[in-house]
Design a binder for this molecule. Structure first.
Ligand code: AMP
Length: 216
């Protein structure tokens, strides 16, 4: 099964993507995680992406498309996956259509996780991420607090607030999301792939709604 998750930053895409991957055996493809890793490793892609990410802006399409294309063209490419955070522009969606076609892969669904802006600002400014690059688990001081304050449940390393989770950056990212997402939703609606799920409330209840929308 091949799925795209679309939703505002901090709207729960990552959480739902991880559940889908664990429970349906899909590969998790999160461009944000790949880019953060590239920044940490100080690779050429990382150096290009860093200033955009720190300001909550989108990394140029060419950089992100290349990351996705090279992964999908690799001999060990995943056959089934969840795209989390890609595509984020119509140009990316068109580039993704092209590589999927080249690789004879078809999408099963594009899930739009709809969450109101106020809820996003409240949630994101409460989000903490594990500092360990091999873990990068996320928590939320309101809805999913760690067992020990400031420490990761999984690897016990420190938790921190990502630069792009700070209030001003969140507002920037939300504005960018609103400017772009209508065109992407329209694109996938025309392909008959779009389903909408309300992304507020209990994580398991949202997951159940996601599964129902997939009809699996
Ligand atoms: P995320 O973890 O998905 O919220 O992404 C964190 C940051 O990485 C975003 O604010 C962007 O700067 C960058 N990023 C991730 N995915 C993309 C994408 N598909 N296109 C452009 N920039 C991206």
């Amino acid at each position: 099964m091949r799925i795209i998750l679309i939703g505002p930053p901090g709207g729960g895409k990552g959480t739902q993507a991880k559940l889908l991957c664990q429970r349906l055996g899909l590969a998790h493809f999160a461009t944000g995680d790949i880019l953060r890793d590239a920044v940490k490793k100080d690779s050429s892609e990382g150096a290009l992406a860093k200033p955009f990410m720190a300001n909550g802006q989108l990394v140029p399409d060419a950089v992100v498309n290349e990351i996705v294309n090279s992964r999908l063209r690799a001999p060990d490419r995943p056959a089934d996956f969840v795209m989390d955070g890609y595509p984020r522009t119509l140009e990316q969606a068109l580039a993704f259509d092209t590589v999927l076609k080249q690789q004879a892969l078809q999408l099963d669904a594009v899930i739009y996780l709809k969450v109101e802006d106020e809820e996003i600002v409240r949630r994101n400014s409460a989000r903490l991420t594990c500092i360990n690059p091999k873990c990068m688990a996320t928590y939320n001081t309101v809805s999913k607090p760690p067992k020990t304050t400031g420490r990761c449940d999984l690897c016990q390393q420190l938790l921190y607030q990502r630069d792009d989770d700070k209030a001003e950056t969140i507002r920037n990212r939300l504005q960018i999301f609103h400017e772009r997402h209508q065109a992407i939703l329209h694109h996938y609606k025309r392909q008959g792939l779009l389903v909408e799920v309300h992304g507020c409330g209990d994580i398991e209840a949202i997951y159940a709604a996601v599964i129902q929308s997939l009809k699996v």
